[in-house]
Design a protein around this ligand. Structure first.
Ligand code: NAD
Length: 497
């Protein structure tokens, strides 16, 4: 069986831990690899290596660092088929979707290639007479990234390309459910010319994470995963003096207005709710429909589309499945519990996806109508192929419900009214908003992040927030007085003269 190692100081290194985690192919339920759940001492070794390697790397010209990333980008393109197949094998998502994930990660690499411009800092001449001021954006040092299972390549690439471009070193702790692709990315970075020790991968679970959160030599922690863990990461790493960005879970609503183009809305909902089996933090899991007449029409169109979803192994082609399996047997049974709770709490099960033949962790698309806000399937993140239709009498009621929800990651409005779309964009308490766009994931040169319990920490992923997160500002105020103009001691707070 394939053994998944660590990557420390430019070398693959088997963990000496006696604990291993299983890695499954969710499409057939077989155990295909095992990953060593590293010891805290192995994380400490990576931190020491990263600390040392960062010094020279941080002193390189930004253009030199950018050139490594240009080469990395070319290698990602060259190896994309192999990487996408690996993502599909370990995660389950269909191959075209795995390719899409890689493209969205690659775009962050492209953004990071512009680091000589992005890291230029600021300069002001004559802030006082004969006094100039300039600000440097210097690297923070050793950065750590802890990533979830659902985008094993893309989420890591939200983080490390910018961190490295800014002159930091990086330690990645991938999800133990599908850690394989992280090692491939490490190998490609090395091939691109990244010096050993600047990028390291330490596999494991809480023991490794806790070492990264508390070790004095780690300066910054980026996290993406579920909300309880995001909150824990934020609280623990902040208490240990680190800067932290921690992105959590979601419950994304699409508000469907009576004037929306219903066929277009149904297509958008199908992809957004069931793509990647609903295991996306930007998946739409609630269709909030204004008016019973609109809801009746929408559910009538959705029902056959959900029932006929092509579910199958992600690597199978001709025709490709539209939806693969979910990540694990445990996650499948969690989703089944949610479906049971929806039935028990009185929601109308319109399409029942519970009975999908195995082997593999498959579920069919599930559709609930007449879901009420107090129900668990409305309140909590299911992270599976389950769409809840909530009927509301008017726009204001829908908007208020979205704003009251604990999560605020993404949302969308489908309407033909520019006025309403503008009002919605302005007033909704959510970080990423789509107008007739179901999955409004910002491009790499904008920043990604939600509001409320979908995020902890002020700076989002990539874009200008990413550059700010991975740099610290130093401001220099300088005067070069001639000796004959030397001033007397001044005991007043300096003001411009
Ligand atoms: P998870 O929180 O279980 O795991 C994420 C990471 O945290 C993994 O690397 C895991 O090893 C580590 N971890 C788990 N338990 C830990 C603990 N007790 N202490 C320390 N570390 C721990 O999340 P997941 O199931 O891998 O991913 C799915 C979740 O991620 C969903 O909630 C989804 O919404 C969220 N997500 C959010 C975004 C976003 O941008 N907001 C993006 C992708 C995924």
């Amino acid at each position: 069986m394939r053994q998944i190692d660590n990557f420390i100081n430019g070398q693959r290194q088997a963990s000496t831990s006696e604990r291993n985690g299983p890695v499954f192919n969710p499409a057939n339920g077989e155990r295909i690899a095992q990953v060593g759940l590293s010891l805290p001492s192995e994380a400490e070794q990576a931190i020491a290596v990263a600390k040392q390697a960062q010094v020279a790397w941080g002193n390189q010209a930004p253009l030199q660092r950018a050139r490594v990333l240009f080469r990395f980008k070319a290698l990602l393109e060259e190896h994309k088929d192999r990487l996408a197949a690996m993502i599909t094998e370990e995660h389950g998502k269909v191959l075209s979707d795995a390719h899409g994930e890689l493209v969205r990660g690659l775009e962050v690499v492209e953004f990071a290639c512009g680091i000589p411009h992005l890291q230029k800092g600021e300069h002001s001449q004559n802030v006082g007479s004969g006094v100039d001021s300039h600000s440097l954006m210097q690297p923070v040092g050793v950065c750590a990234g802890i990533t979830p299972f659902n985008f094993p390549a893309m989420v890591a690439m939200w983080m490390f390309p910018i961190a490295l471009a800014c002159g930091n070193s990086f330690i990645l702790k991938p999800s133990e459910k599908n850690p394989g692709v992280a090692l491939e990315l490490a190998a490609l970075l090395q091939q691109a010319g990244l010096p050993d020790g600047v990028f390291n991968v330490v596999n494991g679970d809480k023991a490794v994470v806790d070492t990264l959160l508390t070790h004095p030599e780690v300066a910054a922690v980026s996290f993406v995963g579920s909300t309880p863990i995001a909150q824990y990461i934020y609280a623990t790493a902040s208490a240990h003096g680190k800067r932290v960005q921690a992105l959590g879970g979601a419950k994304n609503h699409m508000l469907v207005m009576p004037d929306a183009d219903l066929d277009g809305t149904v297509s958008a909902l199908m992809g957004a709710a069931y793509g990647a089996a609903g295991e996306r933090c930007m998946a739409i899991s609630v269709a909030m429909v204004v008016g019973d007449e609109t809801a009746d029409k929408l559910v009538a169109k959705l029902t056959p589309a959900v029932a006929e979803l092509r579910v199958g192994p992600g690597l199978a082609q001709q025709p490709e499945a539209q939806m693969g399996p979910v990540i694990s047997a445990e996650h499948k049974s969690r989703i089944l519990d949610y479906i049971e709770s929806g039935i028990e709490q009185g929601a109308e099960l319109v399409v029942d996806g519970r009975h999908q033949p195995g082997p593999g962790f498959f579920l069919g698309g599930t559709l609930f109508d007449r879901v009420q806000p107090p129900m668990r399937i409305y309140q909590e993140e299911i992270f599976g192929p389950v769409l809840a239709v909530v009927r509301v009498p008017d726009y204001e009621t829908g908007l208020a419900l979205i704003n009251q929800h604990q999560y605020g990651n993404g949302t969308a409005i489908f309407t033909q009214s520019g006025d309403l779309a503008r009002d919605f964009s302005h007033r909704v308490q959510v970080g990423m908003v789509g107008v007739n766009v179901p999955i409004p994931v910002p491009m790499a040169f904008h920043s990604f992040g939600g509001w409320k319990r979908s995020v902890f920490g002020p700076l989002n992923m990539h874009g200008s927030d990413g550059v700010r997160f991975y740099t610290r500002m130093k401001t220099i105020t300088a005067r070069w007085p001639r000796s004959d103009t030397r001033e007397q001691a001044d005991f007043v707070m300096p003001t411009m003269k």
